[in-house]
Design a protein. Structure first.
Length: 291
């Protein structure tokens, strides 16, 4: 299921942003450059991100989606729907616990052999090595994000480097929707050309924030971020098997999940072998690890 239909009523962390040409523009599909390494690298340098469609085997992606939702309390899923659909029941079962900490299914999921195998599949490493131009390593801190209707939880505008400042910035993030992810479901969006913004240009964007105690995110208010920078958000309707790759300096965010189907994704980071590593990224992810 995908939809490119314009939708209304988009929010991110509860803050509204209209779906129109002032704030949104479709992301460029760079899949046609997959067999042209030089052109692919040039596109990444130019845009700070790549949308690559059909890179992964959809069956494998769906198997992982199914494995995640199958280990949730069945009360999370709408009655009569299979785990692979990930349709929210509308109620978080009592006792689910805090997201991603020990005891929560997301915590054990990122440590499972299935997730390890999925993240280590050669096609992902090969892509990273093509773009980084050398042997690359996958950082052990791999994150799975699960968002659902009504939680008004999404990724605030941020750059990855703010969370990895003790290591090299010669690294790449691969973002993988685990299942179809049309815009209203809350896929990743990029602020156009924002990988060229300097720290001095980024700092004032933190003036409007719902996390005043945390200097790393930029803003939860994506409309304000777009207006303040006079830039639009690049969006896509993702299909199972698609992924994006981005540099650590591009501003990106996600929208709140506005569909009954739940949003599930993984993000993996690759850097050149031997490059300085931020020690916080050398251990499996836990939502309470502070990184
Ligand atoms: O999945 C998301 O909403 C955010 C992911 C992200 O920020 C990243 O991959 O760097």
């Amino acid at each position: 299921m995908t939809t490119a239909r314009p939708v209304s009523g988009l929010t991110s962390n509860g803050a509204a942003i209209p779906f129109n040409d002032t704030y949104f523009v479709p992301m460029t599909d760079s899949s046609d450059l997959l067999a042209e390494p030089t052109a692919l690298r040039e596109r990444l340098r130019r845009d700070g991100h790549l949308l690559l469609r059909g890179v992964l085997d959809p069956d494998e992606v769906l198997r992982l989606r199914e494995q995640y939702f199958a280990q949730l309390d069945p009360g999370f899923l709408a009655p009569g729907t299979p785990p692979v659909s990930g349709v929210y029941s509308g109620t978080v079962p009592a006792g689910t616990g805090e997201y991603g900490v020990p005891g929560h299914p997301a915590h054990s999921f990122v440590r499972s052999p299935q997730f390890q195998r999925f993240s280590e599949q050669p096609v992902l490493r090969r892509l990273a090595e093509t773009l980084l131009q050398g042997p690359a390593q996958l950082l052990p801190r791999k994150i799975v994000r699960h968002f659902y209707l009504g939680s008004l939880r999404a990724s605030r505008a941020h750059t990855d480097y703010e969370y990895m400042t003790r290591g090299t910035d010669q690294l790449l993030t691969t973002w993988i929707p685990l299942g179809d992810c049309p815009l209203p479901m809350g896929g990743l969006i990029y602020l156009e050309g924002s990988h060229t913004l300097t720290p001095d240009q980024l700092d004032p964007l933190r003036d409007v924030t719902d996390r005043p105690h945390d200097s790393r995110p930029i803003s939860h208010d994506l409309r304000w971020t777009a207006e303040r920078t006079a830039r639009r958000w690049l969006w896509a309707d993702y299909t199972t098997g698609d992924l994006t790759i981005h540099t650590p300096h591009i501003v990106h965010a996600s929208l709140d999940t506005g569909t009954h189907r739940m949003r599930l994704s993984a993000d993996l980071r690759f850097q050149l072998d031997g490059a300085r590593t931020d020690s916080r990224w050398t251990r499996p992810w836990s939502a309470d690890d502070g990184a």
